[in-house]
Every structure is written in structure tokens, then in C-alpha cells.
Ligand binder design. Structure first.
Ligand code: FAD
Ligand code: NAD
Length: 473
């Protein structure tokens, strides 16, 4: 080590929600850690993803829920104050200032270096700081790459040249665009179309294939499609966009179903791994690819390198990145102490839930809350299963929640073991129901025991009872 080099037990590349948690866990475990961040401490979730997008959606959701209750609806006499909603969004992002998160990092005893980090061989990282200087960091035990992901711009002719919005612009725009084209009908496309249409834009959503939210139960995409159309969004399924151009101030997309014009286009077509400029080639890996990791988040073929969060492509959700961070952090600490790390499913060192029980919520109206396997995934996995479905609107709690409540619950039951493989709820306000399902799936609670988990009356949770009764037949 030269004088200019600094050594830490653990180096963490990227101070998003994942990297922050890896660093925190290893420091709590008695190791020293340094976080390297090239942009804002807190990463996408805080500034350009979860928090601003949910803030953009929440006002419209509250208004919709009030309008769905006779009596209360009479009080909704005005329109949403869009400027105030955008101000509230700006508050959640701390006006894109990370001072609060930096304070947390310092308070947690984690060192912070600002700059662009690149691996430079085993356990060695070179950071290029904003003034162009280089700092060399070496790790005694481990390096965790938590550099996340960015919007993937699909190979559509001319798309990169029309300066499309990515989710960054889609969540941080200072005003609603007049006409917004949304390319992609997955999580981002459905949420952002729901948000901006209700904040004054005229949205056209273009999605290839025959449904929205294709990775979820078909009922989810159907309900969100109906609600987007009711809001006035022009949804075009079966539209594979293959060319883009600017025509004066307009952006024009062409696809298999015609030509579409707007003032802006939001690309919501999936993510790409931030591994293209992180020096992974210096340790024998291919830049641009997701990091291939085992269940303790250790990069295959190494003993010191970890890939945690969006960068491994396993489950690109903030809560799953933080879960992986807790598991990887525990594994790093144990290995540093020379302890054996148990790689069996559900051990304290592995992220088994990535495969078996990933929960997610799409914050559209209705919401889609899902955990574990869909029916199609259970079939693909060759698991013996039965699908049980029930309309949530028939439950007393739902009828009280909103007049004419409409929703669906779907449970996928493993018929050999009589446990739940997956559950999906589609309806207003179902996000908070999801954790009950996650506990049932992770705990592999037998159906016979779930009968004793009595939901309170009159809550939407009574849907559990209806699902169990339907399964029993
Ligand atoms: C519009 C949108 C809405 C979303 N909403 C939700 C939601 O509601 N709930 C949910 O669970 N998930 C949501 N997600 C997904 C969620 O944002 C991600 O899963 C999460 O942010 C990933 O965290 P991460 O720390 O792994 O990566 P990031 O948050 O991407 O953090 C990586 C960090 O590494 C830094 N970095 C990259 N390269 C380098 C380098 N070479 N040197 C130094 N630093 C580097 C980056 O600047 C960044 O700060 C949403 C995503 C989008 C796009
Ligand atoms: N609420 C949440 O938890 C939340 C919200 C937003 C994002 N996220 C995370 O971010 C990830 C990325 O979201 P996303 O919506 O960008 O990706 P996605 O994979 O969910 O959806 C992208 C969609 O774009 C379509 N598409 C791609 N190229 C196309 C083309 N040329 N023409 C027409 N359609 C095309 C695909 O068919 C796909 O359905 C999600 O998978 C999720 O992990 C989570």
C-alpha cells in the first residue's frame, strides 16, 4: 500500500438504498466501511424513482377515494392543485439535495468518498473525484458493487436522438407535459401514465404484446388497462415501437399500429445494469452485464466481490435491495470473522425471498399488490397447484371502503404441501394487505393453520376467509 492508498475492511460502490444498507450492516458488525458515490447519496429511490413517483400519484388517489364515498364525494368540489402536488414531491426529494442522507452516513460511522469508482483488480478501487484527482482504496475483506441500474433505451431507430424522458425526467418534471407518449406498459409506464394523466397531461401509452404488466397475473393488467382508459389515457396494446423522430417541437413514434405524436416521450422499457464503467473487466467480468451472484450475493467465482441490489438484476425493488444488503452484510461480517456461512435456503446469510417471495406493489388505481409466484410461474416451475380467485368487492370491508368497490384476489396454492405459493390483490387500498400474504408465503403457513388467522370485521382482510372457503370448496 502506498501513502496515497487508504484501506478499509469493506468498500461499497454506490450509495443508493442498497449500498447504504450494506455499509451500515458491516459497520454494525464491527468492520470499517467506505461508501463511494458519484451522484446523490440515497440513489434512484429517493430522488428519481419510488418517492417522487408515489408523491405524484398520492393526491389523485386520495381524491379518487373520496369521490368513491357518497357524502364525502360532495366535498370534492375543486380540482387538484398541481403546483402544490409538485411542491410536495419536491419536499420528498429534499429538492434533490442529499445533505440529510450524508448526515445519516456520518452518524452511522461510515466513511464517504464522492466520485466515480472503478475496480482496479482484486480488492482495489480507484475513485476519480469531481476535481479529476484519483484516490486509491483497498479492501481487507470485501468489495460490494451496489451501482444500481439506469433506464434501458431500447434499440428503436432514432430514439436516443429525440432526447426522450427517462424515469428521471418522468419523476422530476417541473410541470405536466401537454401530450406525453409513454413507451412501455410495465411498472413505470403504468404508474407514470396514471400520475401525469391526472396532473393534466394527455397520455398515450404504447405497449408491445397483448397486456399491461405482463409479469403479473393477467387480472392485474386488465384492471389497470380499464382504469387508465377510464382516466382518458389512450392505451395502445400490440404496439411495438420501432422508430422515433422529432418534427419541429413534436416527437413522433412509429410502431406496428401507426404513428403517435406528443410533446415528450417517456421511455419506460426496463432497466440496464450499471456495470459498464465500473472496472469489472479488471477482475474478469463483462462490462454492461448484470452481476451473476449466489444467494449470499457473492459474485460467482470470487471470494471477496459482492453484487447487491439492482445491479444483479434479481429483484429490482428498493425493499429487495435492502433485504439483499442485510443478507450480504451478514455474510461479509461472518466471513471476515472466519465463520462458516450457511448457504441453505432461508439462512441468515442468503436472499431466498428473491426466488420465492418477492413482494411488489404497483401504485396505480387500482393498486396491484403481489407476492411469490403467479399461476403461470407455478405452471412453468412444474409445481402442482390450484388457483383460487375471489372478487374483493363482495367483502363487507371493501363495500364500506368505497361504493361499488371492484377488485380481485388470486391465491396460488401448492396442492401437495397445502401452502401458498403466491397471492395477488388488485383493488383500491390493497397495498397494506400485502404483508399478510408475504408472511403466509415466507412462513409456508399450512392452509389448515391459516383458518385460525381470523380477519377482523369489517375489513378488506376478510378476503382471506373467502379465499380459504373457496379453496376448501
Ligand atoms: C420510476 C421508478 C419508480 C420506482 N418505484 C419503486 C417503488 O415504488 N418501490 C420499490 O421498491 N422500487 C421502486 N423502483 C425501483 C427502485 O428505484 C430500485 O430498485 C432501487 O432504487 C435500487 O437501489 P440500488 O441502491 O440497488 O441502486 P440505485 O438506487 O441505482 O443506486 C446506485 C448508486 O450507485 C451510484 N453509482 C453508480 N455507478 C457508480 C460508480 N461507478 N461510482 C460511484 N457511484 C456509482 C449511483 O449514482 C447511485 O446513487 C422504482 C424505479 C423507478 C425507475
Ligand atoms: N412500484 C414499484 O415497485 C416500481 C415502480 C416502478 C419501477 N419499478 C421497478 O423498475 C423496473 C423497471 O420498470 P419498467 O416499467 O421500466 O420495466 P418493465 O420491465 O416492468 O416494463 C417494460 C415494458 O416495456 C415494454 N417494451 C419494451 N420495449 C418496447 C418497445 N420497443 N415497444 C413497446 N413496448 C416495449 C415491455 O414489453 C415491458 O412490458 C421494474 O421491473 C421494477 O422492478 C418498481
Amino acid at each position: 500500500m502506498t501513502d496515497a492508498e487508504q484501506s478499509y475492511d469493506v468498500i461499497v460502490l454506490g450509495a443508493g438504498s442498497t449500498g447504504e444498507n450494506v455499509a451500515d450492516i458491516v459497520v454494525r458488525g464491527g468492520l470499517s466501511a467506505v461508501l463511494v458515490e458519484s451522484e446523490l447519496v440515497g440513489g434512484e429511490c429517493s430522488y428519481w424513482a419510488c418517492m417522487p413517483s408515489k408523491a405524484l400519484l398520492r393526491g389523485s388517489e386520495v381524491l379518487g377515494q373520496a369521490r368513491a364515498v357518497a357524502g364525502a364525494a360532495a366535498a370534492v368540489t375543486g380540482e387538484q392543485d398541481v403546483a402544490a402536488t409538485l411542491d410536495r414531491r419536491d419536499g420528498f426529494t429534499s429538492h434533490w439535495d442529499d445533505a440529510g442522507q450524508v448526515e445519516w452516513v456520518e452518524g452511522a460511522g461510515i466513511a464517504l468518498v464522492r466520485g466515480h469508482a472503478r475496480l482496479a483488480g482484486e480488492k482495489r478501487v480507484v475513485v476519480t473525484t469531481d476535481d479529476g484527482a484519483e484516490r486509491v482504496l483497498t479492501a481487507r475483506y470485501a468489495v460490494a458493487v451496489c451501482t444500481g441500474s439506469r433506464a434501458a433505451v431500447p434499440p428503436v431507430d432514432g430514439l436516443a436522438d429525440v432526447r426522450p424522458w427517462t424515469p428521471r425526467e418522468g419523476t422530476s418534471a417541473k410541470e405536466a407535459p401537454g401530450r406525453l407518449l409513454v413507451l412501455g406498459g410495465g411498472y413505470v409506464g403504468c404508474e407514470m401514465a396514471t400520475a401525469w394523466q391526472q396532473l393534466g397531461a394527455q397520455v398515450t401509452l404504447l405497449q408491445r404484446g397483448d397486456r399491461l404488466l405482463p409479469h403479473l397475473e393477467p387480472a392485474a393488467g386488465e384492471a389497470v388497462l380499464a382504469s387508465l382508459r377510464e382516466l382518458g389515457v389512450d392505451v395502445r396494446l400490440g404496439t411495438d415501437v420501432d422508430a422515433a423522430r422529432r418534427d419541429g417541437d413534436e416527437v413522433v413514434l412509429s410502431g406496428s399500429t401507426g404513428e403517435f405524436r406528443g410533446d415528450e416521450v417517456l421511455v419506460a422499457a426496463g432497466r440496464a445494469a450499471n456495470t459498464d464503467d465500473v472496472g469489472v473487466d479488471t477482475v474478469g467480468l463483462t462490462p454492461g452485464e448484470y452481476l451473476d451472484v449466489d444467494d449470499s450475493l457473492q459474485v460467482s467465482g470470487t471470494t471477496w466481490l459482492y453484487g447487491v441490489g439492482d445491479v444483479n438484476g434479481r429483484a429490482q425493488l428498493t425493499h429487495m435491495g435492502k433485504y439483499q444488503a442485510r443478507q450480504a452484510g451478514a455474510a461479509i461480517v461472518a466471513r471476515a470473522r472466519g465463520e462458516q456461512v450457511d448457504l441453505a435456503d432461508w439462512s441468515p446469510f442468503v436472499a431466498t425471498a428473491d426466488h420465492r417471495a418477492t413482494p411488489s406493489v404497483v401504485f396505480t388505481s387500482p393498486q396491484v399488490a403481489a407476492v411469490g409466484l403467479t399461476a403461470a410461474q407455478a405452471a412453468d416451475a412444474g409445481l402442482p397447484h390450484r388457483v383460487v380467485e375471489y372478487p374483493i368487492g363482495s367483502v363487507a370491508g371493501a363495500a364500506v371502503f368505497a361504493d361499488g368497490y371492484s377488485g380481485t384476489a388470486i391465491a396460488v396454492v401448492d396442492t401437495d404441501r397445502e401452502v401458498l405459493l403466491g397471492v395477488t390483490f388488485v383493488g383500491e387500498g390493497v397495498a397494506e394487505l400485502l404483508h399478510s400474504a408475504t408472511i403466509a408465503v415466507v412462513g409456508e403457513v399450512p392452509i389448515s393453520r391459516l383458518w385460525h388467522a381470523v380477519p377482523s370485521y369489517p375489513t378488506i382482510s376478510e378476503i382471506w376467509l373467502r379465499l380459504l372457503e373457496t379453496y376448501r370448496g
